[in-house]
Ligand binder design. Structure first.
Ligand code: FAD
Length: 587
C-alpha cells in the first residue's frame, strides 16, 4: 500500500456537502484540503450536449455503477435481503458534484417543529399518540439556530421563490406556514407553467394557500456572494437526471467548484474510492488517522490527515463507519448501538393522475417550476381526530415532459393496453396528462435500520449495506388522506378523468420515489442515542465529522438539500472559529 504525505483535511465525497466544506475550509483557513471522489471529474461545460434522454434519464449515465456496489433490501429482520441490481427507489450519484449535478433543485426549508418532533408531538398530543415502535428524537439544533444558515444556502444558489413569513409577518402568495425568514428569496419565483397554474387556481378555490415551489433553477440571471454568475432558466425541461446545459440550475460544479479551483490549498482526486477510515485508540479518546482508498489505477493508497470528513451521502456514510468499525452498530433486538439506526425515506407518490381534454404544453418546464400547498404539512392542521401524525405537501411540478419516460399514460377508460386504439389514446393524452404529487414526512421506527449484509459483497470484497425498511400504518393512512385531498383538487381543476394513488402497502424498491434517504449516523445530544453531536462531530472521535442527510434523525416532508447544507455551514463556522484553534470535542 502506498502512503502519501499527510494533509490537514481529507473529505470523502465530492458532492454538495463535500465541496461546500472544501470551499469553506479552503477559503477561510490556512489548511491543505484533499477531496476524494470515487467518480469521474466534471465541470459545468461538460453539459453542453447532455440533452439525451436515453443516455441520461433512462440509462442513468450519472448514477452510481450498481455492478460494482449496491445495497441489499428487505422489509423486516425475519427476511433475507436481496441486492438492488437495478436503480429503483433512489438514484445515488457519482462523480464530482455528486447527485447535486442531476438533482431537481426543489429547495424548501424544513418546518421549525421538525427539529423538535418528539417533544412537540408529546407536548401537543401526549406520548400515547406516538406509534408504539417509533424511534423519534429531537435533533438538538433548532430552526432559529439554522435560519441564518438557510439564508446562506439560498444566497449561494440564488433560490427563486416567494417568502410567506418574513420575521413573523405573513405574506400572501408565499408559504404562510413556513418558519420565519430573515429576508425574501434572492430571486423571484420561476415562471409558472400551465398545469401548475391550473392547480394553483383550483387549490385556492378549495380553500388552500398555494405558493410557488422554491427553486434552485433560477428565474433570472444571478450573481452569488462569491461572485459566481449564472444564467436564468430557459425551461428546456432537461434538469432532473441531467446537468444543466446553461448553468441555470445551481449545481456544485457551477457554484462551489469555480471557487475551489482557484485555491492552491484544495485539490480534488477523482477515481478515488474510499474503503476505510483508519483510526487508533489514543490515550484521551480515539482519533481518525486518515483514509484508505483505491485509486484510479487500482492501487491501494493511505492518505493520512488531521481531520476527516465523511460526505459520501447517507448510505455510504453509514457503510464506511460500519466497515471501519467506528462506533457501535445498531442492534435491532436490544435497541443498543447507534450506527445504522433511524433509516427513513421521504414518502413520495403521485396522489392523483389527471387527464384533460386540452393540451397542457408540458414539453416546457423546469425541474423545480411548480406550485405547492402546505396546508396539510407537518402539524399545520389538527391531528386530534385523525388516525395518523404529521403530513406533507401537495404539488404540481411542470418538469418538462420527455418522450421516452412520459409517453404511454392513458386513462382507465381506455380498455386496451396495445394496438391502434391504445396508440391513438397514448398520442392524444401525451400532452393532456399530469399528476398531483405528495411529499410527506417519514417517521423513524425501531425496525427500519441499516447494517452490513452477511451474504453479499461489492466488487472489492466488502460487505454491502443492508437496508431493512418498510412503511407503517402511519404512512399508509397519511397517504390515503392526502390522496383524497388530491382527488378533491383534481375535480376542481376540471380533470376529465382522475386515477387516485393505489396506496402505499409495502416499501417498493423498484418505484422511484426520491433520493431523499436519511439516517444511519444521526445527530443528537447524547452518544447513547446518536452518532454525531449537533456540530456533526463524531461523539467518540473528535477529528471525524459527518455531513449530509445521514445525520437527520427523521425525514421531513421537505427535500433535504437546503437543510443538510445549512447544517454543513453551521459545522464549518464552528470548525473555523473554534476547532482549528483548539482541536477537541465541540460539545
Ligand atoms: C434525481 C435526483 C433529484 C433530486 N432532487 C432534489 C431536489 O429537488 N431537492 C433536494 O433537496 N434534493 C434533491 N436530490 C437530493 C440531493 O441531490 C442530495 O440531497 C444531495 O446531493 C446530497 O449531497 P451529499 O453531498 O450528501 O451527497 P451526494 O451529492 O450524493 O455526493 C456524495 C458523493 O460522494 C461520492 N462517494 C460515495 N462513496 C464514496 C467513496 N466510498 N469514496 C469516495 N467518494 C464516494 C459519490 O460518488 C458522490 O459524488 C435529488 C437527487 C437525485 C438523484
Amino acid at each position: 500500500m502506498k502512503t502519501l504525505p499527510a494533509v490537514d483535511v481529507v473529505i470523502v465525497g465530492g458532492g454538495w456537502t463535500g465541496l461546500l466544506m472544501a470551499k469553506e475550509l479552503g477559503t477561510r483557513a490556512a489548511v491543505s484540503v484533499v477531496v476524494l471522489e470515487r467518480g469521474e471529474p466534471r465541470k459545468g461545460a461538460d453539459y453542453f450536449a447532455t440533452m439525451d434522454e436515453l443516455d441520461y434519464a433512462i440509462r442513468l449515465h450519472m448514477m452510481q455503477d450498481l455492478s460494482r456496489e449496491t445495497a441489499t433490501l428487505r422489509h423486516n429482520a425475519r427476511q433475507r435481503a436481496f441486492p438492488l441490481r437495478q436503480h429503483g427507489a433512489f438514484l445515488p450519484g457519482s462523480g464530482v458534484g455528486g447527485a447535486g449535478e442531476h438533482w431537481n433543485g426543489i429547495s424548501p426549508r424544513y418546518l421549525p417543529d421538525c427539529f423538535e418532533l418528539l417533544s412537540r408531538t408529546i407536548e401537543k398530543y401526549g406520548s400515547e399518540r406516538l406509534p408504539e415502535d417509533h424511534s423519534l428524537q429531537d435533533w438538538c439544533v433548532t430552526y432559529d439556530e439554522l435560519e441564518p444558515q438557510y439564508e446562506r444556502v439560498e444566497a449561494l444558489m440564488g433560490i427563486s421563490g416567494k417568502a410567506g413569513n418574513i420575521r413573523g409577518k405573513q405574506i400572501e402568495g408565499g408559504n404562510i406556514f413556513e418558519g420565519w425568514r430573515n429576508s425574501e428569496y434572492p430571486t423571484p419565483p420561476t415562471k409558472i407553467p400551465y398545469l401548475s397554474a391550473m392547480f394553483r387556481d383550483a387549490a385556492r378555490d378549495v380553500g388552500y394557500h398555494p405558493y410557488p415551489t422554491p427553486a434552485a433553477t433560477n428565474s433570472q440571471p444571478y450573481t452569488n456572494p462569491d461572485g459566481i454568475a449564472r444564467a436564468g432558466c430557459t425551461y428546456c425541461g432537461f434538469c432532473e437526471r441531467f446537468g444543466c446545459m446553461i448553468g441555470a440550475k445551481a449545481q456544485p460544479t457551477n457554484t462551489l467548484l469555480p471557487v475551489i479551483e482557484k485555491k492552491k490549498n484544495v485539490s480534488i482526486r477523482t477515481g478515488a474510492r474510499v474503503r476505510r477510515i483508519v483510526h487508533e485508540a489514543a490515550q484521551k479518546g480515539r482519533r481518525a488517522r486518515g483514509v484508505i482508498y483505491i485509486d484510479a489505477s487500482g492501487e491501494e493508497v493511505f492518505q493520512p490527515a488531521e481531520l476527516v470528513f465523511l460526505a459520501s451521502w447517507t448510505l455510504n456514510n453509514t457503510r464506511l463507519l460500519l466497515l471501519s468499525g467506528i462506533g457501535e452498530p445498531y442492534d435491532v433486538d436490544t435497541g443498543k448501538g447507534t450506527v445504522g439506526k433511524n433509516l427513513t425515506h421521504q414518502v413520495f407518490f403521485p396522489a392523483a393522475t389527471v387527464f384533460f381534454e386540452k393540451p397542457l404544453n408540458r414539453f416546457m418546464g423546469s425541474a423545480a417550476a411548480g406550485i405547492r400547498v402546505s396546508d396539510l404539512d407537518g402539524d399545520v392542521f389538527d391531528h386530534r381526530a385523525l388516525p395518523f401524525l404529521r403530513g406533507g405537501i401537495l404539488e404540481v411540478l411542470s418538469l418538462g415532459f420527455r418522450p421516452i419516460a412520459n409517453f404511454g399514460v392513458v386513462p382507465q377508460t381506455v380498455r386496451t393496453t396495445w394496438g391502434s386504439e391504445w396508440k391513438k389514446a397514448a398520442l392524444h393524452y401525451y400532452d393532456r396528462t399530469g399528476s398531483i404529487n405528495v411529499a410527506a414526512e417519514h417517521l423513524a421506527y425501531r425496525d427500519n435500520y441499516m447494517d452490513l449484509d452477511p451474504t453479499y459483497r461489492d466488487y472489492f470484497g466488502d460487505p454491502l449495506l443492508r437496508l431493512t425498511l418498510d412503511w407503517r400504518d402511519n404512512e399508509r393512512r397519511l397517504a390515503e388522506f392526502m390522496t383524497a385531498k388530491s382527488v378533491e383538487i383534481s375535480r376542481a381543476m376540471g380533470a376529465r378523468e382522475i386515477v387516485p394513488f393505489s396506496g402505499l402497502k409495502h416499501y417498493d424498491g423498484a418505484r422511484y420515489q426520491t433520493t431523499h434517504v436519511q439516517g444511519g449516523t444521526i445527530m443528537g445530544n447524547s452518544p447513547d442515542r446518536s452518532v454525531v453531536n449537533p456540530y456533526l462531530q463524531h461523539w467518540q472521535m473528535s477529528n471525524l465529522f459527518i455531513l449530509g442527510a445521514s445525520t437527520f434523525p427523521q425525514s421531513g416532508s421537505a427535500n433535504p438539500t437546503p437543510t443538510l447544507l445549512a447544517l454543513a455551514y453551521r459545522a464549518a463556522d464552528k470548525i473555523v472559529g473554534r476547532y482549528l484553534k483548539n482541536p477537541a470535542a465541540l460539545v
